[in-house]
Design a protein around this ligand. Structure first.
Ligand SMILES: NC(=O)c1ccc[n+]([C@@H]2O[C@H](COP(=O)([O-])OP(=O)(O)OC[C@H]3O[C@@H](n4cnc5c(N)ncnc54)[C@H](O)[C@@H]3O)[C@@H](O)[C@H]2O)c1
Length: 454
């Protein structure tokens, strides 16, 4: 098939590359000139593990190229299918900002001969119905097909999704959709466009609630005898619950959960529909970043005002360069307001970007340099460099009172046991595990995040 993928962000580039590898003739449409230049030169404009290599491979097949304008590209050689993957960021009141989607659709409805149109961007329920009511000629060639990929495993998730959800008014476009997912074996849910739109929001709302639930339980587990790792491991072993998204931390801060929960809450509020669970998940999340200054206050008291704080990592996850809603965006400004000096180390974020995002913070190129002489180290990203650092040495580099705030619960307590540091994390994690030999089924060391948890 000849396919246009309009919008070359995390979802669009992944999709364009994967579809070209499948053998389709794909044109990635991107309006941003710098991003288009990068793509045309064969450079992935976003970081995603494996994407650069797969992009080079896809370009090598001759099945993939990039262009700025879908109308002009269609006029050159018509597409069978136009897939829309533009952004739907949060508007000022939390609502989904649909301007990018609307602008693309204005062009797409004019294309002749008529391609099949597949909207993948996350949009509120009713968006497709509004479009189909305004353009009844699209009825037989339109599908809403939400994307569920995770950053960090985007290519894998695209090629082997857990489910395909398709919202249609007519079954006519389904054969083309089936060709998009050729070779994929997973359940299909074919439903109305509104239900498909709601499925995407409901999935993300549920994941957000799991994270906020884990964070709420972590607050209840702050005593020395309550080990949040063990509690969540025990909870997650129930197959009805599962380990995924039960990791306590500073709140959800990827590119989707914050904006999608806000958009769903706004959508419901506009219809006077109550969402107490969702509201609670959002409120717990909003409060999480405040834990860092709270913990520092508890340990440093008024000395925080003159203290040097080393922030270790600004990404939400090491494998994603999407900083749009990372907890660091809330934590670092608070530290800048309350501490004497804030140093920031992140091995993958350029110093200029750190300075732009956090004016007043001092970027430091190496981890020991950031920690040396600091009164507290605050871990915001689970970088392997941090987790595997020589903590006995780092502990001596810190200045008294040598506080380590682990916002990702990524340092195993055994690593810090016996070191002259004050260790604080999200929830309780006793530094002294039970003594005696381990029994069958017990992990070697308490792990906050079992393999199946991602
Ligand atoms: N990022 C994720 O992990 C993820 C996962 C699942 C679903 N989604 C959803 O998929 C959609 C896309 O997400 P994203 O993170 O890739 O967005 P993004 O903001 O990273 O990328 C969108 C791209 O579309 C381009 N664009 C906008 N209007 C255009 C136009 N008229 N013509 C050509 N290009 C245009 C922008 O320049 C940008 O490069 C969103 O609705 C998002 O909620 C994202």
């Amino acid at each position: 098939m000849r396919i246009a993928v309009v919008g070359q962000g995390y979802v669009g580039v992944t999709g364009a590359v994967a579809l070209a590898q499948q053998g389709h003739r794909v044109i990635g449409i991107e309006q941003d000139a710098a991003r288009l230049r990068s793509l045309t030169a064969g450079r992935a404009p976003v970081f995603e593990p494996g994407l650069q290599e797969e992009l080079s491979r896809a370009l090598g097949t001759g099945n993939l190229r990039f262009a700025p304008d879908v109308v002009a590209a269609h006029a050159e050689a018509p597409f069978d299918l136009v897939m829309i993957t533009v952004g739907t960021p949060a508007g000022p009141a939390g609502e989904a900002d649909l301007r990018q989607v609307a602008a693309v659709l204005r062009d797409v409805v004019t294309l002749r001969p008529d391609p099949c149109v597949v909207l993948k961007s996350t949009v509120p329920p009713g968006t497709s119905d509004g479009l189909l009511d305004a353009h009844p000629e699209l009825r037989d060639r339109y599908a809403y097909n939400p994307e569920f990929l995770n950053q960090g495993s985007a290519l894998e998730d695209w090629t082997a999704p857990s489910r395909v959800v398709v919202g249609v008014r007519s079954r006519r476009p389904l054969p083309l959709l089936r060709r998009l997912y050729e070779g994929v074996t997973c359940p299909w849910v074919v439903t109305t466009p509104g239900s498909a739109e709601m499925t995407k929001y409901a999935s993300n709302a549920f994941l957000a609630m799991k994270i906020s639930f884990a964070n709420e339980i972590a607050r209840l587990c702050s005593g020395p005898e309550l080990d949040i790792d063990h509690v969540m491991r025990g909870v997650g072993c129930d197959p009805r619950i599962g380990h995924a998204f039960l990791q306590p931390g500073l709140g959800f801060g990827d590119s989707c959960l914050p904006k999608d929960t806000a958009a769903l809450a706004r959508w419901a509020a506009d219809r006077a529909l109550p969402t107490p669970l969702l509201d609670a998940a959002i409120a717990v999340n909003a409060a999480q970043p405040r834990l860092v200054p709270e913990l520092l206050h508890q340990e440093l008291g008024s000395a925080l005002r003159d203290a040097v704080i080393a922030v270790l990592g600004v990404r939400y996850e090491p494998w994603s360069d999407d900083l749009r809603a990372a907890p660091s965006r809330a934590v670092v400004p608070r530290l800048l307001a309350e501490a004497g000096l804030v140093r920031v180390w992140d091995p993958a974020t350029p110093p200029e970007l750190i300075t732009r995002l956090f004016p007043g913070a001092v970027p430091v190129p190496d981890l020991p340099g950031a920690v040396r002489g600091a009164h507290a180290a605050v871990i915001l990203t689970e970088w392997p460099e941090t987790v595997e650092a020589d903590w006995p040495v780092l502990a001596t580099e810190l200045a008294a009172p040598r506080v380590v705030v682990d916002g990702k619960n990524c340092l195993t307590p055994a690593r810090l046991a016996g070191l002259p540091v004050v260790y604080r994390c999200i929830g309780g994690r006793p530094l002294a595990p039970p003594t005696g030999p381990k029994g069958p089924g017990e992990p070697g060391e308490p792990t906050a995040q079992p393999e199946e948890a991602r």
